[in-house]
Design a protein around this ligand. Structure first.
Ligand code: PMP
Ligand code: GLN
Length: 401
């Protein structure tokens, strides 16, 4: 069967099933496996505890007070104002109301941005391993994915490799810091280098900062604070992670009014508008006092440490996570070469689900083959339970003699 151009890019990124269609995402696959086996789901990144009561109550209040129909195309004024205030309060960034567009999660923000700017054959730089949607949406836009490897132990981009990966066809560089799945935070030096490379190729920088409030031992510094980045920048964030409401799918884009207009023109034909009653609720969340944001960091630091200890005790080599929801755990010290195979067997071996890292990279990344990604955005009890179960992995893997 003849392949459409998008299928070639999707195939290169390992996203197609045997039938030539986009396969179910690794997150959906692993959540289904957890549901089918009753295993603890440390695969897909979603919390099992509710976020702040004030945010949940604000959504209920909005539903009870008639906020249930299509809202304005750019998003509710309340949320736009709250995003503007949030950027000034946390980062000293001055935005106007025309610099913000509300979207159905960061995923739609990304899709609308890529569809607005990419033409068939354009090249998109991503840092690998990468969140799967980057590859899928780049493919749907007909673009060519150009992965730049991030490698252990620090997963910072290599400046020369980045430069060498670009070409006159480079149209976009997608930056995700704090990074899913490695938990790395790009240094300021790395970000300045990315900006210089983007300038040289006249490329747009798309920055996905959905984990901005989940940075554990330092402060998040958005690329938007680098003046030279401003003109070529599309910044994306979302409420899902910060307020533990991943099912609400409220995200936002921050860019110049011209770019907002260009991306908004696409967004109107993707979802038109979205999540009317959740928008004022997220506005309330963004306006919560500092203590709330400090509490998120403290509680996720504790969760990260519980799981990291458990994984180390179980025999994995665990990479430090400076941010985000996830820990990378290399199973090579347990004698495992293929983490994809281990991920499928893990429920039956110890009753836990994780995601094989190679699902978020090209098959050629052999250095990632034995590594799993585990989510720690779960209750302390569940993480303790998972740690206890994983402690039995070594003996479960041992051949029966
Ligand atoms: N970007 C990254 C790096 C993610 O991990 C996720 C998944 N939560 C998203 C984007 C999607 O965010 P949303 O649920 O707001 O669409
Ligand atoms: N971002 C979440 C993760 O990385 C999953 C989102 C999804 O299932 N598409 O686990």
């Amino acid at each position: 069967m003849e392949q459409a151009p998008w299928q070639r890019t999707a195939a290169g990124a390992g996203l197609l099933g045997a039938d030539g269609r986009l396969a179910p995402t690794i997150f959906a696959e692993m959540t289904a496996l957890a549901a089918a086996t009753g295993a603890l789901n440390l695969g897909q990144g979603f919390p099992d505890e509710d976020g702040p009561r004030a945010v949940l109550d604000a959504a209920k209040h909005a539903i009870d007070h008639g906020c249930n129909q299509y809202g304005p195309g750019r998003g509710s004024q309340e949320l736009i104002d709250a995003v503007v205030e949030h950027q000034r309060r946390f980062y000293g960034i001055g935005l106007g109301r025309g610099d913000v567009l509300v979207t159905a999660g960061a995923t739609e923000a990304l899709a609308a941005t890529m569809l607005a700017y990419l033409s068939p054959g354009d090249e998109v730089i991503v840092f690998e391993p990468y969140y799967d949607a980057y590859a899928a949406v780049a493919a749907l836009a007909g673009a060519v994915l150009v992965p730049v490897p991030l490698a252990a132990p620090d997963f910072q981009p290599d400046p020369d490799r980045l430069l060498r990966a670009t070409s006159p066809r480079t149209r976009m560089i997608v930056v995700n810091s704090p990074h899913n799945p490695t938990g790395t935070v790009f240094t300021e030096e790395s970000m300045r280098h990315i900006v210089r490379v983007a300038e040289r190729r006249d490329a747009i920088i798309v920055t996905d900062e959905v984990y901005e409030h989940l940075v554990y031992d330092e402060r998040h510094v958005p690329i938007a604070t680098i003046d030279a980045a401003r003109d070529r920048l599309v910044s994306i964030s979302s409420a899902g992670k910060t307020f533990s409401v991943t099912g609400w799918k409220i995200g936002w884009i921050m860019a110049s009014p011209e770019r907002i207009a260009q991306i908004g023109a696409v967004k109107q034909y993707l979802t038109f508008v979205n999540g009317a009653p959740f928008q004022p609720a997220v506005a309330a969340g963004l306006r919560l006092p500092d203590e709330h944001f400090d509490t998120i960091v403290q509680s996720f630091t504790r969760k990260r440490d519980i799981l990291a200890r458990g994984l180390r005790k179980a025999g994995f080599q665990v990479h430090d996570a400076r941010a985000g929801y996830f820990l990378l755990a290399d199973a090579a010290p347990l004698g495992v070469e293929d983490a994809t195979d281990l991920a499928r067997r893990l429920p039956e071996l110890v009753g836990v689900v994780g995601v094989p890292l190679s699902a978020l990279a090209r098959p050629s990344r052999r250095d990632l083959r034995s590594t799993l990604r585990f989510a720690f955005c779960k209750s302390d009890d569940m993480l303790g339970d998972a740690a206890g179960r994983l402690a039995g992995l070594r003996s479960a893997l041992a051949p029966v003699v």
